[in-house]
Design a protein around this ligand. Structure first.
Ligand SMILES: [Zn+2]
Length: 405
């Protein structure tokens, strides 16, 4: 009996979908699939959002009547605030080719979503007023899967760029290994990498890289893997070939890969390794002035101020065991006492205190003793549950084969 009730509800839902689907999608199709259609029924005017230009200003300049402007703005309000439009993007106005009537406004909110405000009808049962309705939808990228590989001569970054791999894909790949490899210190000549990622296209034109699906990095002869997987709504991210999380409680480096371009340059005097003999119980990262410094793990800021030869320094207490220190900063992004999360920007690289050039002096303190952050092994985050491992391994098996060949 219960089954019958569910069936009736399902049929009603499907019927409802068919009733409303074509109507709400009609105008979109003209915009997104216009190129494939034999005879376009619309044309688009793009209003570029220049410095200081507001929604009202741009629409007025395009000759859109005040009432229409206000109706579109009001309709959008429930899903997107048009006062928040960003410099460099555009408001796209879609017009009917024969009547020159404005039918739709399209605004790309970010790399994932677009706002559509569409004219549904000019006559309804109760009035003849135009009815605008708004929706935010995912951008319908076409996805192509790409595999790239290379060997490192000087740095990961230079090797990948020499092969014309999209810089954003390289950053995405390196970020998948940000818990296991310090790309400034641990990468060796002869290390190899291979990764599989999504490329996003619109109307046949390459737009940007999407998700990094799988990657392999052979570092000093050791195979390291990262597979992107969503186990549950809460547990997703990168996992290794056995289903352990590839993410750890501490990041390997306090500077993001995109700011580490030096490879294994030793020419700069500001790069110094952890060395007990010389008393340098820290790692120095050469970086340009103002480079964001990130907290390597969740914690609480216990100090943010001037500390003699360290200059402007931040100390983050992560738990009863570990504290990290970040010195010679130019500026703080946090206050003492504040809670911070892993990867959060806490300050900016500078040259304050006893320092003759911009660099970050990074210390890891374990039970009161400064230790080498590169050799410390931190616990992984939550892995794939035993009962989900067969499904995980089934999905990643082919990817791993591709990475190994
Ligand atoms: Zn130092």
């Amino acid at each position: 009996m219960k089954f019958l009730v569910y069936l009736v509800i399902l049929i009603a839902l499907v019927a409802g979908l068919f009733l409303f689907w074509p109507k709400s999608n009609k105008v979109d199709q003209n915009l997104t699939e216009g190129i494939e259609q034999a005879a376009p029924t619309t044309y688009t005017r793009s209003l570029e959002i220049t410095e200081g230009a507001t929604y009202g200003f741009l629409m007025a300049q395009a000759g859109v009547p005040t009432t229409t402007r206000q109706e579109i703005f009001a309709a959008a309000q429930s899903v997107y605030d048009l006062t928040k439009i960003r410099l460099g993007r555009s408001l796209d106005l879609v017009y009917d080719l024969t009547t020159d009537e404005l039918e739709q406004l399209v605004y790309q909110i970010d790399t994932e979503e677009r706002l559509y405000v569409s004219l549904n009808s000019t006559t309804t049962a109760s009035s003849t007023e135009p009815v605008w309705s708004a929706a935010v939808k995912s951008i319908p990228y076409e996805i192509k899967i790409k595999t790239v590989a290379g060997t490192i001569e000087t740095s990961m970054y230079e090797s990948a760029l020499a092969q014309n791999i999209d810089e954003r894909a390289v950053i995405g790949f390196a970020d998948a290994f940000q818990w296991t490899i310090d790309f400034a210190w641990e990468v060796r000549q002869g290390d190899t990498y291979k990764f599989i990622y999504e490329e996003r296209y619109l109307d046949g034109e390459y737009i940007m890289p999407g998700q990094i699906l799988a990657g392999k990095f052979v570092n000093a002869g050791k195979d390291l893997y990262a597979f992107y997987y969503q186990e549950t709504a809460e547990n997703f991210g990168y996992f290794d070939e056995a289903g352990n999380s590839a993410e750890r409680t501490f990041l390997k480096a306090p500077l993001a890969f995109k700011y580490i371009t030096s490879g294994f340059t030793t020419g700069s005097r500001y790069i110094a390794a952890f060395n007990i003999a010389t008393g340098h119980r820290a790692i120095d990262y050469a970086a340009t002035f103002g480079t964001p410094v990130r907290a390597v793990g969740d914690g609480t800021v216990i100090f943010a101020g001037w500390d003699g030869s360290y200059g402007y320094k931040i100390s983050v207490r992560h738990n009863a065991t570990y504290t990290t220190n970040y010195a010679h900063l130019s500026k703080f992004a946090i206050k003492s006492g504040q809670k911070v999360s892993q990867g959060q920007t806490i300050g900016y690289v500078g040259s304050t205190g006893l320092s003759t050039g911009p660099h970050l002096h990074y210390e890891l303190v374990k039970n009161g003793t400064k230790i080498n952050p590169l050799t410390e092994v931190f616990p992984p985050k939550e892995g794939i549950k035993e009962e989900n491992k067969p499904a995980y391994l089934a999905v990643t098996k082919d990817l791993k084969e591709k990475l190994d060949n």
